[in-house]
Write a protein that binds this ligand. Structure first.
Ligand code: ZN
Length: 463
């Protein structure tokens, strides 16, 4: 008789990889899925959780988030089990995971800028090689460029993509160079700069907000640029608010994205314009309260922004629902999604809505439930070569998100066989770092558990 550490009984189990959609029990041993079938022997289980009326899927993976400090709890609360941070250096990430990891699995793509010793728009090739190598040895899966906020020249951007590919490291791109911007032109340019190299295009929806032409036209054009590109993986998010920086230098907002947002509603692209936008409620300031991040505007928002000497996260409601809808649902002629995954670009920004809004798309009929599971779990797992995640086959990590489809939300999160969230209350601690072989030593030195993935198994290199 198999002994189970935990048995999840009588839930509906949906696993697109194994084409399962039935009422089954799930038996867990040593943090792994041992058996998925009906009538598993309850007498051999240490713990039994009744999932009657609930739906179990492989754990939700946020393929693009920014956890910072408050993010882990905010993600775990809504059923996310694994997240890929898009900027944090591994040393900072490890400290945060230890203190507030909420039991999640976490990987990171380090921002090239955080290793850049001479920040500018150009970086020489030797320096790029050093940066990518260092990021991977520190435990990151690769690097990320924030072209929309602090762009490089097209040549430097192309070289960063090339070097990462040569070193077989992951590279993600918030599009935009000194020649374009965080918009449709930047998106098209990114596809060109990648050439035949592999590239992750981040939050596709955010370039299709209608800055150049009608947002639906932009979306169709942007998605057409990505169609059939086997060397490009991508995600998009569903939230209406974005996330950017409020920092001003010499009276001007530092981030190109922030200036875009102000222009969007015809505010002056200055510090005074930004203050007015916060006062009016068009711009919301991200503050930490109760261990989470919340948004404030009006006088309170202006005060918080000033208290931080303008250097604080801010959000604007600038994403166009039609664009986020098209990015989430559009397929090519073979029936494959053009954008691989639904992400949040959230974490520490309160817009972790991939489950809530993803399930709304299911209720609306825009996605089947099976497609929803692919977009929030199976596809992100494949993008990053997380072969033991994204499905519930025997031997898979016991990462499970339990959904209440009537309420349209996650009611339980399980990471590697440990319950980390029940009914919105987060009970998980610390976390596991997902890294490559080259980074495992650094994670061990940091005193955290690690799981090693091989990017050669990923869609990033072999879609
Ligand atoms: Zn991001």
């Amino acid at each position: 008789m198999t002994h189970f550490d935990m048995l999840l009984v009588e839930g509906r189990v949906v696993d697109p990889l194994h084409k399962l959609d039935e009422h089954f029990d799930i038996g867990i041993v040593d943090g792994k899925v041992k058996a998925v079938k009906s009538g598993l022997d309850r007498r051999t289980a240490d713990k039994i959780i009744d999932l009657h009326g609930k739906t179990a899927i492989s754990g939700v993976i946020d393929s693009h988030m920014h956890a910072e400090k408050a993010g882990y709890r905010m993600m775990a609360k809504v059923g996310v089990v694994t997240g890929v941070d898009f900027s944090e250096r591994m040393d900072i990430l490890c400290e945060n995971v230890k203190a507030r990891g909420s039991g999640m699995n976490v990987a990171t793509l380090a921002n090239v800028r955080s290793y850049d010793t001479a920040p500018g728009t150009e970086v020489d090739r030797k320096e790029i090689e050093r940066i990518v190598k260092r990021a991977v040895e520190d435990g990151a899966l690769g690097v990320k460029m924030t072209g929309g906020h602090n762009p490089f020249t097209p040549d430097t951007t192309r070289e960063i993509i090339e070097v990462a590919n040569q070193q077989r490291a992951y590279v993600a791109f918030h599009v935009g160079t000194t020649a374009t911007g965080s918009n449709l032109n930047g998106l098209k340019e990114a596809v060109e700069l990648a050439g035949k190299n592999s590239l992750h295009v981040a939050h596709v929806n955010s370039y299709l907000r209608g800055l150049i032409k009608d947002p639906v036209e932009e979306s169709l054009e942007g998605l057409a640029a990505l169609r059939g590109k086997r060397n490009i993986v991508s995600e998009s998010y569903l939230a209406i608010i974005n996330g950017t920086g409020g920092k001003c230098v010499n009276g001007i907002p530092d981030s190109g994205v922030t200036r875009n947002c102000l222009r969007f509603r015809k505010y002056p692209e200055t510090q005074d314009g930004l203050e007015k936008a916060i006062l009016d409620g068009f711009c919301m300031v991200q503050i930490e309260a109760g261990g989470e991040c919340i948004l404030v505007s009006g006088r309170e928002g202006v005060q918080c922004w000033k208290d931080a000497k303008t250097d604080i996260g801010i959000s604007f409601p600038v994403n166009v629902p039609q664009s986020t809808f098209l990015c989430a649902t559009r397929k090519d002629e073979t029936g494959k999604f053009i954008v691989d995954a639904i992400s949040t670009d959230g974490g520490g920004i309160p817009r972790n809505v991939s489950v809530a809004s993803g399930l709304a798309l299911v209720r609306y009929g825009a996605l089947t439930f099976e497609e929803f599971v692919r977009k929030v779990s199976l596809n992100p797992a494949r993008m990053y070569g997380m072969t033991s995640k994204g499905h519930l086959g025997e031997g898979a990590d016991a990462d499970i998100t339990v959904l209440d489809l009537e309420r349209g939300e996650a009611v339980m999160g399980i990471a590697k066989g440990q319950v980390i969230m029940i009914d919105g209350v987060v009970i998980g601690h610390s976390g596991t770092i997902i890294t490559t072989k080259a980074g495992a030593k650094s994670i061990e030195n940091a005193g955290l558990k690690s799981d090693v993935v091989d990017l050669e198994d990923s869609w990033f290199f072999h879609k």
